[in-house]
Design a protein around this ligand. Structure first.
Ligand SMILES: NC(=O)c1ccc[n+]([C@@H]2O[C@H](COP(=O)([O-])OP(=O)(O)OC[C@H]3O[C@@H](n4cnc5c(N)ncnc54)[C@H](OP(=O)(O)O)[C@@H]3O)[C@@H](O)[C@H]2O)c1
Length: 321
């Protein structure tokens, strides 16, 4: 077990919002958070980066509130009421809307009832940090889809991003036929993950290509980026289903259902399995780039382009691995 002495008080390096309109961030020295009875203090080793990081904050977040909702690190302190974790445990977690700050910090407080995943012994912190939000969202999208028979067809609108790359592989593993959209330079990549049909969403009439592939339309679609639900609607069969990951409001037609991801079901067991599958290589977690923690602003700017292939991660220095 790794032992780390804890110094109470003091400050930690963290990233906070500097301009909410621009979604930009700056580095600060924030107060080191104190651990409550139901909480863990985690020393961050890596952080997953997402477009939501600069705006998904609690309403009362002050100017020194560290951003970020996912990470991986080592438990440094355990609240008196927590039985399931010990100092030195390696965990990955989602910690959105925590009152004491997010994960873009050297230390973060995690409510012990959050989505916490013990890391498989051999898994590195970067991949562990890159999985929780995208994996969780992917599994909730599939939970909302419900049962589709073997050989069903599905279209992933946004197959080269964080959620899309995972969704594509999960669909293939269920025995479904998969089409996916991405920019042309990513087509070989998404084919390597199992896409049978690739379309470039920049091309006029790309839904016609899907109808050429599945003349009655695909059984289902997962629409990741905002606006993609209505774009892929013409490619879905009468009575089919679209899961909108970004909460699109769509005038639907032909009895096509448009549903949100399923926030109710417990997917933690499946997410733990996903983490093991990443370790074994059964599931590929694409990490486009790992930035040093000091270059967090560059990572955020890159993810805000909405053209990252897979995930980005931040690596904190001075940690083993
Ligand atoms: N509901 C939830 O719980 C939840 C959780 C997390 C995220 N989200 C939402 O999901 C979205 C982010 O998903 P993500 O993290 O997977 O995104 P991401 O990794 O940032 O997405 C980047 C990818 O999107 C592709 N893309 C951009 N515009 C597209 C379009 N018009 N059609 C198809 N593909 C397009 C890009 O493909 P190319 O580079 O190949 O062009 C790129 O590979 C955000 O809107 C976020 O708010 C929701």
């Amino acid at each position: 077990m790794v032992k780390m002495p804890i110094e109470h008080g003091g400050t930690v390096k963290a990233f906070v919002v500097s301009d909410p309109e621009a979604g930009s961030i700056r580095s600060v020295e924030a107060d080191k958070p104190l651990t409550g009875p139901d909480e863990l203090l985690v020393r961050l080793c890596a952080v997953g980066v997402g477009i939501h990081d600069s705006y998904f904050l609690p309403p009362n977040a002050g100017p020194l509130f560290p951003i970020g909702i996912e990470g991986a690190g080592i438990v440094a302190e355990v609240g008196a009421g927590v039985a399931d974790y010990r100092i030195g445990d390696r965990i990955a977690f989602v910690s959105s809307m925590q009152p004491k700050g997010g994960t873009w910090a050297e230390y973060a407080i995690v409510d012990s009832r959050s989505l916490i995943l013990p890391m498989p012994a051999e898994l590195d912190f970067v991949r562990a940090a890159g999985l929780p939000v995208a994996g969780n969202t992917t599994l909730r999208a599939f939970s909302a889809l419900g049962h589709l028979p073997d050989g069903a067809s599905i279209f992933i609108a946004g197959g080269s991003g964080a959620i899309g790359t995972l969704a594509l592989q999960v669909a293939r593993r269920r025995g479904w036929r998969v089409g996916a959209s991405a920019s042309a330079h990513n087509h070989d990549f998404i084919r390597s993950l199992g896409a049978e049909l690739t379309v470039d969403y920049h091309d006029h009439g790309w839904t016609d290509d899907i109808r050429g592939w599945m003349p009655a339309g695909v059984d289902a679609a997962i629409a990741v980026q905002p606006g993609t639900s209505s774009e892929c609607l013409p490619a879905v069969r009468d009575g089919g289903i679209i899961i909108t990951v970004s909460g699109d409001h769509v005038e639907t037609e032909r009895a096509v259902t448009v549903a949100m991801v399923d926030y109710q079901s417990d997917v933690s067991g499946d997410l733990q399995q996903m983490m093991s599958d990443v370790l074994s290589g059964a599931l590929h977690l694409e990490i486009e780039h790992v930035y040093p923690f000091d270059e967090a602003a560059e990572a955020l700017a890159r993810v805000q382009t909405r053209h990252v292939r897979g995930k980005l991660a931040l690596r904190l220095t001075d940690h083993h691995e």
